[in-house]
Design a protein. Structure first.
Length: 318
């Protein structure tokens, strides 16, 4: 996603102004807490997670656990075999389309998450579909975070209400074109203490031309902070994802409670008219049991979920 960003800036009403004030107050609290932590003694290195704790959302064989939602089609209809798996790669293709015709698609994973690390390895290939929406969609795709439940997406809705980690490929003409930007269909974010007024915000990544693989990683902390990394390098950071704004059409207004913070949601991969491959989609859940006495305690968890704790039963006495 990401058409003409300047033209998509939303004009705020007086109600928006009040909401902005509340959001800024929340941002100040977060910034103040960060300042206090920064002045304290250095933190020890973050605990690492064993590789076995990572969840392979894409199993490398088929689309198990995933459900497509393509605009102008019902949930679950994989129109024209848009999403497919070949040779261990999840492919997005348009060779069976007669015309793209704004049939924007999203492939949703079955489980919603709130606090997590997500790794997506992708590459752009080939040429845009016939009837594509414009040059803005050239080598353009993304991973949608904190998305609405796909069951609440209307048949003709173009994009899910979500936070998009935007993937862009270079034009191979020497121009700069960053990847792992953020776009906000039906949502808003806070950047440097203020609600960001435009639809998309560029990251600090370099340009990736050609068909090279790129490793994208997200650190998502509920309704707090979201950080983007490209090939291990931090390129973007923002906070307080919330419902609001535009750039989503034909949706149910009930799915967009303006001003409400978004604590979590579904993850989806996008089809936006340019072929793309995904060879890895992995997630590390950062929410779970934080009681060291429990058998499923993990030192790397950042969100406590006491109900998930599992304790060994005491040995019976003779």
């Amino acid at each position: 996603m990401g058409r003409n960003r300047k033209l998509m800036t939303e004009t705020r009403t007086s109600g928006d102004t009040m909401r902005t004030a509340k959001t800024l107050a929340m941002a100040c609290v977060l910034l103040g807490a960060s300042s206090v932590l920064a002045q304290s003694k250095p933190k020890p290195a973050a605990p690492t997670a064993p590789s076995s704790d990572w969840i392979e959302l894409f199993n490398g064989r088929d689309l198990s656990g995933w459900t497509p939602k393509i605009s102008k089609h019902e949930l679950g209809e994989n129109f024209a075999d848009t999403f497919r798996v070949q040779n261990g790669v999840l492919q997005v293709r348009y060779d069976k389309y007669q015309n793209f015709d704004s049939q924007f698609g999203h492939l949703f994973y079955q489980t919603p998450y709130s606090y997590y690390r997500l790794v997506v390895e992708y590459r752009f290939v080939g040429e845009q579909a016939k009837g594509h929406p414009g040059a803005w969609a050239f080598r353009n795709s993304g991973a949608m975070l904190h998305s609405q439940d796909p069951k609440t997406i209307t048949r003709d809705q173009d994009f899910p209400i979500s936070i998009e980690g935007q993937f862009l490929g270079g034009k191979s003409d020497g121009s700069a074109r960053s990847t792992m930007n953020v776009c906000t269909p039906g949502t808003e974010i806070v950047v440097n203490g203020s609600l960001y007024p435009e639809h998309c915000l560029d990251s600090a990544s370099r340009t990736f031309d050609g068909d090279q693989w790129v490793r994208a990683e997200f650190l998502v902390l509920g309704s707090g902070q979201i950080t983007h990394f490209v090939n291990g390098k931090k390129v973007l950071e923002y906070a307080l994802p919330q419902f609001g704004g535009g750039v989503v059409h034909n949706h149910d207004p009930a799915a967009q409670p303006t001003g409400k913070l978004i604590e979590g949601g579904y993850i989806s991969l996008q089809s936006e008219s340019h072929p793309i491959d995904f060879r890895k989609v992995s997630l590390l859940n950062l929410a779970g049991c934080m009681d060291p006495k429990a058998g499923n305690y993990r030192a790397y968890y950042v969100k406590s979920e006491p109900a998930t704790c599992q304790y060994a039963r005491p040995a019976s006495t003779p």
